[in-house]
Design a protein around this ligand. Structure first.
Ligand code: UD1
Length: 348
């Protein structure tokens, strides 16, 4: 079977790698299209090499721009390429502009759509990603959900496609890396990553967040997304607390090493939040609410928003779950194989 996989951002690249390997191992032909939404080497090229993703057959070079600009350009590019190579299905995962663009492009070309990481919901359209994933889910012929909870949420919306709880390939990617990791890491600094517009683009909120980081009892390693780097430049050099060590974006392998060694991670990334949960690392979510509620309900994560007092309190007393993290709920590392089986059953 020929599958056209569309990726465009760092998290999509990381999640696509195990699925790509599983597709090839099962004898399918995978053609990769890279949208170019992320173009910095630290966000795309180095990540793809580290993850072992094959070289794309087509690159769109859409670059940065408004939601409409990115989604429209990607939809046009995907529709054109899908019409040329006539795959059995287009596969796009997640909630980025690249995922929605791919979904619209597949529909325009009349090619079935597989949407991965389906059924994940925040419950608020204030987040640009929420609209992206809801629309992609409803355009999909096959919805591959990371957990039973996400599958139930998808079914409740009565989508036209088939809903399957198939696991989270981000866990597959993590376990593949963990296999090669040395035993217990020596204790490292706190780790922090944030890049969402709600945290970077509102100067008052950014200052509160930095005030929170200043109250963390220890050194904080902060690898910078380009948008965060721009926001900190705008604030001026004096804005970064003395206990915060800035650095370039980390390749997935190094990020996981830093995470395993951290007493706690502070993040607004859903991917880092899940990885922390699976590794049993306490997570302070720099958002007012989040999608991955199981990590909060089980006591491994706490939403502190950008409130300095809550950030400080959580870092002083990091959330440790009431029971061990439940990797099985996310497919236990066998998601990629299950994704491939679900695609074969639906389109084979
Ligand atoms: C996107 C996803 C987000 C995901 C994140 C992971 C959407 C709506 N959001 O957010 O869900 O968590 O990727 O990183 O798709 N920029 C660069 N170089 C790049 C890419 C971006 O400098 O290679 C800067 C540009 O100023 C750009 C800004 O970052 O305007 C935002 O980039 P964009 O791709 O729109 O969204 P992300 O914040 O990366």
């Amino acid at each position: 079977m020929r599958i056209l996989t569309v990726v465009g951002t760092r998290p999509q690249i990381v999640k696509a790698a195990p699925v790509s390997r599983a597709l090839r191992a099962a004898g399918h032909e995978e053609i990769l299209l890279f949208t170019g939404q992320h173009y910095d080497r630290g966000l795309a090229g180095a990540v793809a090499e580290d993850a072992g993703l094959p070289v794309p057959a087509r690159t769109l070079g859409v670059g940065s721009g408004s939601h409409a600009f990115q989604v429209g350009g990607i939809a046009r590019g995907v529709a054109g390429f899908a019409a040329e190579c006539r795959p059995a299905a287009v596969l796009a995962a997640g909630d980025t502009n690249s995922a929605l663009g791919a979904a619209l492009g597949a529909r325009a070309a009349g090619i079935p759509l597989v949407h991965g990481e389906a059924g994940v919901r925040l419950g608020s359209f204030d987040l640009p990603e929420e609209a992206n994933r809801v629309v992609a889910d409803h355009l999909a012929d096959l919805l591959l959900c990371p957990t039973e909870r996400a599958a139930a949420a998808a079914r409740a919306e009565r989508p036209r496609g088939t809903v399957v709880a198939a696991g989270d390939p981000l866990l597959d990617a993590l376990l593949a890396r963990e296999d090669g990791a040395p035993g217990d890491p020596s204790p490292g600094p706190f780790l922090c990553t944030f890049h969402r517009a709600e945290n970077t683009d509102d100067p008052a909120r950014l200052r509160r967040l930095l005030e929170g980081l200043a109250g963390v009892p220890g050194t904080v390693l902060l690898p910078l997304h380009p948008r965060t780097a721009t926001a900190l430049d705008r604030e001026g050099t004096g804005s970064v607390p003395l206990n915060v060590r800035l650095g370039p974006p980390l390749e997935p392998r190094l990020l996981v090493e830093a995470l395993r060694a951290a007493p706690a991670v502070l993040t607004d990334s859903g991917g880092v939040q899940r990885e922390a949960y699976w590794l049993g690392v306490p997570c302070i979510v720099l958002r007012d609410s989040c999608e991955w509620r199981e990590t909060v309900e089980e006591g491994w994560a706490v939403c502190a928003g950008a409130d300095p007092a809550r950030i400080r309190a959580a870092a002083a007393n990091p959330p440790r779950g009431s029971r061990p993290p439940d990797r099985e709920a996310f497919g236990g590392g066998g998601a990629a194989a299950r994704w491939v089986r679900a695609v074969e059953e639906r389109f084979g």
